[in-house]
Write a protein that binds this ligand. Sequence first.
Ligand code: ATP
Length: 306
Amino acid sequence: LTQLYAPLNFLGFVYREIKHALADMERMFGLLEQDQEVADRPQASALDTTRASVEFEHVDFGYDSRRRILHDVSFTIPAGHTLAVVGASGAGKSTLSRLLFRFYDAQGGTIRVNGVDVRDLTQASLRWHIGIVPQDTVLFNDTIFYNIAYGDTGASRDDVIQAAKSARIHDFVMSLPDQYETQVGERGLKLSGGEKQRVAIARTLLKNPPILIFDEATSALDSRTERAIQEELEQISRDRTTLIIAHRLSTIAHADQILVLEHGRVVERGTHAGLLAAGGRYAQMWRLQQSGGDRPGDGEGQELAA
Ligand code: ATP
């Protein structure tokens, strides 16, 4: 019986590996399923650029024809600039990023990259030019190295380490017993929200896309983590065309332009200073966050927002 133990144990291991690999694939296909909404046009061209401007012109959109989510949204992000979008939950902020990534096509208006309608670009080339740091990063059941290198499968070990350093996760990784070989994901080490976001940032830095979408996590953060994320954001958005879906106004004070979205409409736009001076919705939201009014229990945030 003891002779049987090793092979059976091995078979059990193989079974678990296959099951987890399938779970990863399911998750990936879960993401890809949304693609069915759009198809490449026969004459679609491939986007090929290191600098990209993004333009939304009179964009109307609803996931369902009976319910309009975005109404006449227009904005331009010149190449290398940062635009931040703020607004209440459900206002349509993340929907903007899904449209830019072309998970869906707008029902009205036009979205352009470098002046070209995204519907005239191949989806693969468009998406290759966009890096997303999502609110909640999905980690594969694999090593930290694999999870970062996923951004660029041809990356060398030095490239991965450099990206991890820029994303400020290298020191943490080196403090683990298995370092870059540490298993993460459901079966391995559970990373905190901030650590997972840094893995996503390292992945994005490795991919080095000209367009960046940063979907800020909604969860309350202590002021130290918040400041660290702000620094990371500045690091990755430098020289990139950046769209920030923001929940904390303190992280976007440096943005070139801020849009305030309400029920899918742009109700205000300007710089942080300009919007504060205007004394409208943004100024009101700023005062509320400063007083900690919409983040109960996170007293530290006041210090940063002030
Ligand atoms: P939050 O700050 O909570 O992330 P948000 O401003 O990013 O919110 P969106 O995710 O853009 O909001 O959602 C806008 C609206 O669209 C919401 O009312 C939401 O219910 C709806 N919605 C989002 N995704 C889908 C979908 N896949 N199918 C149908 N409706 C959706």
